[in-house]
Write a protein that binds this ligand. Structure first.
Ligand code: PHE
Length: 342
């Protein structure tokens, strides 16, 4: 009798640990333990060897064991069925779910648009280094040492003597191109620039510019006006108006700032245009003869115009973005909105 109980105990542990992964394994379990020649039946057969006075106790233990095995079999059966269902629910022939596509950065979208407009007018893209020397960023642009206008642009210096700095504008690229001496010259210079400014909704320590330069014989201010007028019409729509205000840049003479009629209120006055109906978008002017001479260009023979604008500013107007910082924070909730723009 004790032998029988020990056997039941040992088998119970084995059965408790049993697991199945398929219908075949489930059937193997059934045959091994519950089949006509299975373990339960075999042990039941051993009842005959148990002493009469112990038959009741042994019978109870055997019944309990039989129930336990049957319950285990039911559990395994359910488990096996759930695996089958899971396999059916997973249709492996279905195409994989879509991966979200990345989007172009609004600054790239606007920059590409600006480039394509000027390309159509014959301007080629020129690029230069972001780390500049004093000559290309300042001196050649008619900003000699101690010139007060250097304070207009708070410069990040990497080294004082000789000066290495982060370019404060892409006018430095224009100098590099003029120094090559191939004329006439018609280029735009897109790129990142740096200024030591406190970061706010309207200013940043780095931003992107596109500057333009056209040098040939008989280039006039009228050419500059017409070029920029064409640009803003292509960029903002045919109905946009422009106006020029006299200004000062050391590298251009005369110099001007160009405003466009406010796109938000159409000129009647709102917060964006500070109730004036106009918003400033760029600086421009006729290249100063001294700048041409600094690059060994004959200023008697050649004239030229130059202009420069911030891409962020154009993008803010185009998309009505009120905070400049959004462009460099990489928040995809902001960036994802520009999928189909421009
Ligand atoms: N370089 C000027 C700036 O960064 C822009 C400019 C370019 C103005 C060319 C006039 C002519 O602010």
């Amino acid at each position: 009798m004790q032998q029988l109980l020990d056997k039941i105990k040992a088998y119970s542990a084995e059965i408790e640990a049993a697991a199945v992964k398929s219908k075949d394994e489930l059937e193997a379990f059934r045959i091994k333990y519950l089949g006509t020649k299975g373990l339960v039946k075999t042990i039941m057969g051993e009842m005959k060897d148990v002493a009469v006075e112990q038959k009741k106790e042994a019978g109870q233990a055997l019944n309990q064991f039989k129930n336990f095995v049957e319950e285990k079999f039911d559990k395994l059966k359910q488990f096996e069925a759930s695996i089958v269902k899971e396999k059916q629910d997973t249709d492996l022939s279905l195409p994989a779910p879509d991966m979200p596509l990345g989007t172009r950065h609004p600054i790239s979208i606007v920059q590409n648009k600006i480039i394509s407009i000027f390309n159509r007018l014959g301007f080629a893209v020129a690029q230069g280094p972001e780390i500049e020397d004093d000559w290309h960023n300042f001196t050649a642009l008619n900003l000699p040492e101690n010139h007060p206008a250097r304070d207009m642009q708070d410069t990040f210096y990497l080294q004082e003597e000789p000066a290495w700095l982060l370019r404060t504008h892409t006018s430095s690229v224009q100098i590099r191109e003029m120094e090559k001496g191939v004329l006439p010259l018609r280029i735009i210079c897109p790129g990142r620039v740096y200024r030591n400014e406190t970061i706010s909704a309207r200013a940043h320590c780095f931003f992107n510019q596109v500057e333009g330069l056209y040098i040939a014989e008989n280039v006039s201010f009228a050419d500059l006006k017409q070029t920029l007028y064409f640009f803003v019409q292509e960029m903002f729509g045919q109905e946009v108006k422009i106006r020029f205000r006299p200004s000062y840049f050391p590298f251009t003479e005369p110099s001007a700032e160009m405003d466009i009629s406010c796109l938000i209120c159409g000129g009647s006055g709102c917060n964006v245009c500070k109730k004036t109906g106009w918003v400033e978008i760029l600086g421009c002017g006729m290249v100063h003869p001294q700048v041409l001479e600094n690059c060994n260009i004959d200023s008697e023979k050649y004239t030229g115009f130059a202009f420069g604008m911030g891409i962020e500013r154009i993008a803010m107007l185009k998309y009505q973005v009120k905070d400049l910082r959004l462009f460099s924070e990489n928040d995809t909730r902001f960036l994802d909105q520009f999928v189909a723009a421009v």
